[in-house]
Design a protein around this ligand. Structure first.
Ligand code: FES
Length: 103
């Protein structure tokens, strides 16, 4: 799972470094591919909020929330760091913390 080169994303709290594959359309897809315990009750449609993680590094690299995520974030009162894995592009260098309750 640890890559020596190429794009990678780090998942806390266990410091799991995952190499981004060109097939990964979202961070959720990438996380599930390597067996990380990320909930995704709605199946990645951006409506359940269970795939939320805290962006600890790289927030400035992420595009703004799309419409689907923006609506849920506003309903739930998410902070800027709280983002949905199913709506997030797998961008190199992100450090994402899976909330303790999900690990
Ligand atoms: S999987 Fe439901 S919001 Fe992301």
């Amino acid at each position: 799972m640890v890559s020596k080169s190429g794009k990678s994303i780090t998942f806390l709290p266990d410091d799991v470094i995952v190499q981004v594959s060109h097939k990964d359309q979202s961070v959720l897809e990438l996380a599930l591919r390597v067996g990380l315990p990320l909930n995704h009750t709605c199946g990645g449609f951006g409506t359940c909020g269970t795939c939320m993680v805290f962006v600890r590094k790289g927030l400035e690299k992420l595009p703004p929330r799309n419409e689907i995520e923006a609506e849920l974030a506003s309903d739930r009162g998410f902070s800027d760091e709280e983002r949905l894995c199913c709506q997030m592009e797998p961008i190199d260098g992100l450090v994402l913390e899976i909330p303790e309750s999900k690990v």
